[in-house]
Design a protein around this ligand. Structure first.
Ligand code: HPA
Length: 295
């Protein structure tokens, strides 16, 4: 099999491929009475009145230094969400104080490649807005395409290429500009915090693919040509939905590996989870400063 052909596609976060966008036989978004666990949680959230919501992606649940939880609820008990199916994705919504500032915190998210429909993938964002958030910070694990981005590095997302539909490549190859639902103000706040800590926070373009497999080296070369700095399987739909709802949006990728064909080792989900730990402290500190400074 030639390098870059479909046969050497590295296996992704799910063991077996689930058709993106197909819900399988799990219950989804059944309209019905609000679960008592969520009603209790919503009361606690309204008392604290958080304006900022944070979504912690794959393996990043350890980036919560300085967060004090006051109440929490399982995704499965939140109307419009569903329990996640992937190891390392948690699946709890919490509310508390981050460095003293009230915040909603989603530990995990729902992905397209798990078989969740778009409406469930963006359910986190609508829940945040319904609970009063006016800004959202999305985090994810990603593969580094830009040579400056290696395991343990962080990249603020300034734009994304959304490769989620059957005609998406055609639009990108025709030169479609990256979508920019991201707040320039929040980006500058994050970069200023990192400068003050003596670090540079790179700002780049995130390519969002459906997964569930990791990319082939050939796809990564194509993405690099199209201007992508990092690649992952989330965030774009949530960022667009948040901007549509009028929320200020920031997003940060934690680079867990060199993208396919750019590093020495073969990609796998276990490596992503291990390398996410390299960034726990920096990510946690950045989130705490961001939440506290815009509260
Ligand atoms: N590709 C897609 N998603 C990812 C990667 C990657 O290399 N690393 C972590 N999430």
């Amino acid at each position: 099999m030639k390098p870059g052909s479909a046969g050497d596609r590295p296996r992704g976060p799910t063991e077996t491929a689930v058709k993106p966008g197909f819900a399988g036989d799990r219950p989804r978004e059944q309209p019905g009475p609000v679960m008592p666990a969520f009603a209790d949680f919503a009361r606690a959230a309204r008392d604290l009145a958080p304006r900022t919501a944070v979504v912690l992606g794959s393996g990043l649940a350890g980036s919560t230094c300085a967060f004090t939880e006051r109440a929490s609820v399982d995704f499965g008990d939140v109307p419009g969400l569903a329990p996640p199916t992937v190891q390392g994705h948690g699946g709890r919504l919490t509310v508390g104080e981050w460095a003293g500032a009230p915040a909603l915190l989603f530990l995990g998210r729902l992905h397209f490649y798990e078989g969740h429909p778009r409406s469930a993938v963006t359910g986190t964002v609508r829940t945040a807005a319904e609970l009063g958030a006016t800004r959202i910070v999305l985090t994810n694990a990603a593969g580094g395409i830009n040579p400056a981005l290696g395991p343990g590095g962080l990249m603020a997302i300034r734009g994304h290429l959304k490769l989620l539909g059957s005609t998406a490549w055609r639009a990108i190859a025709a030169g479609a500009a990256p979508s920019q639902p991201y707040s320039a103000r929040l980006l500058e706040v994050m970069r200023a915090h990192e400068r003050a800590a003596g670090r540079e926070l790179l700002a780049g373009v995130y390519a969002a693919l459906t997964g569930p497999s990791y990319e082939t080296p050939a796809e990564i070369r194509a993405l690099a040509t199209c201007g992508a700095d990092a690649v992952g399987m989330s965030t774009a739909l949530e960022a667009e939905e948040a901007a549509r709802l009028g929320l200020e949006v920031a997003a940060i990728s934690c680079i867990t590996n060199k993208a396919a064909g750019l590093g020495d080792a073969a990609l796998d989900h276990a490596e992503v989870l291990v390398n996410a730990k390299l960034a726990f402290d920096r990510m946690g500190e950045l989130l705490a400063r961001l939440v506290a400074s815009v509260a």
